[in-house]
Write a protein that binds this ligand. Sequence first.
Ligand code: C5P
Length: 235
Amino acid sequence: MSNVTVITVDGPSGTGKGTICSRLAYFLKWNFLDSGALYRVLAIAAERNQIKREDELVQLVDQLDVKFNINDIESMAEVFFDGEVVTDVIRSETCGKAASVIAPIAAVRKALLTQQRAFCKEPGLIADGRDMGTVVFPNAKLKIFLTANIEERAKRRFKQLKQGGISVNLRHLYTEIAERDKRDSTRNVSPLKPAEDAIVIDTSTLDVKGVMEEILKLVVDRVPNLSRQVVDYLR
Ligand code: C5P
């Protein structure tokens, strides 16, 4: 395992992981991995290539070229697939569902390990997902697990999708999220759960600034060489 400092942020959909992780990565000028985007892009690539067989899906993983770019602290990371901007395309609930259907396949997860670990480069990595702290980066310096009640998560996703011009029904979204939670946390391979050494933060009543503050206090403790920079933010 490399000595690069990794901070993992895991949790179910709608807990604010994406926003928090892109802000953290931008602020610390670290590398960023949205592992959910890899599963979503894979689902799209499989659909475009009409791939159904597991061995073909694994081959597709090896060719997957995904990059992230964060323009400023307020914006979510842009996602590029083979150079094409797919940020909005992959955000739909249909794509999230398709991702969570291929996510339980052990061979796919294994192939994606190499892809995900390739993002681990100096000066550090912020990794967002479901199994970042448990499986992909078990030696991470700091492991966070974000939770929030399902009503709040559905409302947040609703707002986020609406802002992105995607119209959805709140009740329907609630059901979709509940189903996805169930699939993600009951699967045999890498189920969604906090790592034993993860710090759980309930974001139900916190805004983005509140969550950032909680996490940055933990960063000061665990990654001392960053203290100055972080203390400036907390001031
Ligand atoms: O985080 P996001 O909602 O983009 O993830 C989409 C789906 O990809 C999740 O519901 C989950 O099934 C899968 N996923 C996963 N492991 C990860 C990240 C995402 O299984 N590390």
